[in-house]
Design a protein around this ligand. Structure first.
Ligand code: SOE
Length: 381
């Protein structure tokens, strides 16, 4: 028997849709102890909100997030609004005793994130941040292989997240669709938006990052602001590259930009260990590349593992179609939600919690500080 879990969704953009889809699908594929009920959706634009609520089947709407957070019939608040609103909403939701799922990055900066962690821990409410790429089956398989010790000592971890959608200087900043370009709404540019994903995966797979040395650039220095209509300075980082040292002695190289013409959302990582290496990329997300030096010499080479097998060998895949048939981006959110609901049933928290996501936030802060000061920076955990 599944128990109903009443969801209050705040925001209806890209992530509002991705998460709503997960709530609708999870019980069709996963045997979890709770059944999400789409109780209420919340946003300021009533017309768009009504259309969103109708499309996904939300039972009611609210135009003030404070009302939604206080509603007695809401168990879980899902924060899918720009980063500058995460902390305020999370603090109020925690005080109201709601479970909280928050879109990444956790906050505008680590100081805000710290308050959010304290609030959910004091209130004792379940919490999680939507770093969805951990739940790509090929990435989860990479985690298993590393934890089994197959790579041996790890020497290198390199990751990139490349896009090209802001090259045109006529693209405005701010407003509903383009808040990611407005530093007051986003906190940072590619560091918080894209490298945060890379850092979350990196520390999950390879442990804590202890020191960073970064450079950032803002290629287009001013853009029209969609809300004021004025030409305003651009405060975000358009591109960021950084070197990192890990607690386990390995070296990291990270790069992200929205100016890599030809790349739309190319997230890649490669890990080189003493015995074996692993590589993955989001454009071919169901494949994991694996090289094992211990293979017989004449057969040695990079294997391309199609991560679609059943029998528990390939994470999550036994819940989907038949072996050989792949799944996609939206499934990562369904997997993360399934893990959250399973953990909730056991009275546990699913990763990444607010506390774990705060570590990523601290690395982001250190990266931005290093770029500003042109110095190596120790991550202040
Ligand atoms: C930005 O374009 C973006 O949508 C990020 O905000 C997401 O987190 C990332 O997964 C894809 O790119």
């Amino acid at each position: 028997m599944t128990k109903p879990l009443n969801v209050g969704m705040i925001g209806y953009g890209f992530m509002g849709r991705a998460h709503s889809n997960a709530y609708c699908q999870v019980n069709h594929f996963f045997d979890v102890p709770f059944r999400p009920v789409l109780k209420a959706a919340c946003a300021r634009n009533v017309e768009k909100l009504k259309a969103f609520a109708e499309t996904w089947g939300y039972e009611s709407i609210e135009t003030d997030w404070r009302k939604l957070v206080e509603r007695r019939d809401i168990d879980l608040v899902d924060i899918c609004v720009p980063n500058n609103l995460h902390a305020e909403i999370a603090l109020a939701a925690a005080q109201a005793g709601k479970m909280i799922l928050c879109e990444k990055p956790l906050a505008m900066n680590a100081a805000e994130g710290q308050k959010m962690v304290e609030a959910v821990e004091k209130a004792g409410v379940a919490n999680m941040v939507w770093y969805n790429y951990r739940r790509v089956p090929a990435v989860s398989l990479a985690k298993r292989l590393i934890d089994e010790g197959r790579l041996g000592r790890i020497f290198h971890y390199r990751a990139q997240f490349l896009q090209d959608w802001t090259i045109n200087p006529e693209v405005p900043q701010g407003g509903t669709a383009l808040w990611r370009l407005d530093v007051h709404a986003a906190g940072s540019g590619v560091t918080g938006d894209l490298l945060a994903h890379c850092i979350d995966t990196a520390m999950w797979l390879n442990g804590p990052i202890t020191q960073v040395c970064a450079m950032t650039e803002t290629f287009v220095k001013q853009r029209q602001h969609a809300l004021t209509g004025k030409i305003e300075p651009v405060g975000i980082d358009d591109a960021c590259a950084f070197l990192a040292r890990y607690a386990n002695g390995s070296l990291g190289v990270f790069e992200s930009t929205r100016y890599a013409r030809g790349h739309k959302a190319l997230y890649t990582f490669e890990i080189n260990g003493e015995h074996a290496s692993l590589a993955w990329n989001l454009h071919d997300l169901h494949r994991l590349a694996y090289f094992d030096h211990r293979d017989e010499g004449k057969l040695r080479g990079w294997r391309s593992i199609h991560v679609t097998d059943h029998g528990g060998e390939h994470p999550y895949m036994d819940k989907w179609w038949v072996p050989g048939l792949q799944i996609g981006y939206e499934h990562t959110f369904i997997h993360q939600l399934a893990d959250f609901l399973t953990a909730l049933g056991k009275g546990e928290l699913a990763e990444p919690t607010f506390r774990t996501a705060l570590q990523t936030q601290k690395v982001c802060d250190a990266v931005l500080e290093s770029a500003r000061t042109r110095q190596w920076v120790e991550v202040a955990y």
